[in-house]
Write a protein of this length. Structure first.
Length: 257
């Protein structure tokens, strides 16, 4: 692939931030907390932000930083090229059946890399439904720094770079996809062993489309993840996507509006 970039080392974070564990449900996830100036922390996501100027960190395979452009680059493969989408990018072995791209880099590592290029995380979106009220559907959009999500691939023998939104089309052909994403940052949850784990590492929600509430990078608009509430609409734009299994590079860049 023709992509040229300067590689920098980033923190090596394991699949579960505080150790591998079998997923267990939880009703009260613990949000990421930033330390104050007098508090020491072993949280690798926070350490990544503190050490971003040094750039003297371990390499995570498949993940790199272009310091000149403040871009985070993640190597992956095309997962599907037809059908409805609920996820856009997922971790290997999770949601490939509904994602455009699959990566083998844990979401927490990508979170650390985004912190290292100066991005600030917010929170995933949520939605709820109360049938006992008049306005029964309540939507809370995600928050965080805006993030450009692009893809580089080889199609028809030519290396191309485009917005990931170009790989998405309206099944009814009524609207163009509005490619707007934020650094939601997922959250932490108990791991069932007295510690915590990064939720998106377990669920695989790297770049979301519908709102599961666990996304590392979230679509700026809330789309409930139940078809009876929000009819499936966005699908893979097959003609613009390379064959399944093709190598791609996901390019994430924080920006200001």
């Amino acid at each position: 692939m023709a992509l040229q970039f300067k590689i920098f080392l980033i923190p090596c974070i394991s699949f579960a931030i505080y150790g591998c564990a079998t997923p267990t449900p939880t009703s009260k996830p613990t949000p990421l907390q930033a330390p104050n100036s007098t508090t020491k922390t072993t949280n690798p996501l926070v350490n990544a932000q503190a050490n971003s100027a040094a750039l003297d960190m371990k390499l995570v395979k498949g993940l790199s930083i272009n310091q000149d452009t403040s871009e985070v680059l993640v190597r992956g493969q095309v997962a599907i090229r037809q059908g409805f989408l609920e996820q856009l990018v997922c971790f290997k072995g999770t949601r490939e059946h509904e994602s455009l791209v699959v990566v083998n880099v844990a979401a927490s590592n990508i979170h650390a890399a985004l912190l290292a290029v100066g991005a600030s995380a917010g929170h995933p979106g949520i939605w709820s439904r109360d049938k006992n009220t008049v306005n029964d559907l309540k939507l809370q959009p995600p928050a965080g720094d805006l993030v450009s999500v692009q893809i580089e691939c080889v199609l028809d023998g030519v290396t191309r770079r485009c917005d990931l939104g170009q790989w998405i089309e309206d099944a009814r052909h009524l609207e163009t996809f509005n490619s707007s994403f934020v650094f939601a940052g997922s959250h932490f949850e108990p791991d069932g062993r007295g510690g915590q784990r990064y939720t998106a590492d377990v669920t695989g929600s790297t770049v979301g489309l519908v709102t599961f509430g666990d996304e590392l990078i979230a679509y700026a608009q809330v789309i409930p993840d139940q078809a009876e509430i929000s009819r499936p609409r966005w699908q893979a734009h097959t003609a613009l996507i390379p064959p399944e299994g093709s190598d791609v590079v996901l390019i994430l860049k924080p920006y200001k509006p």
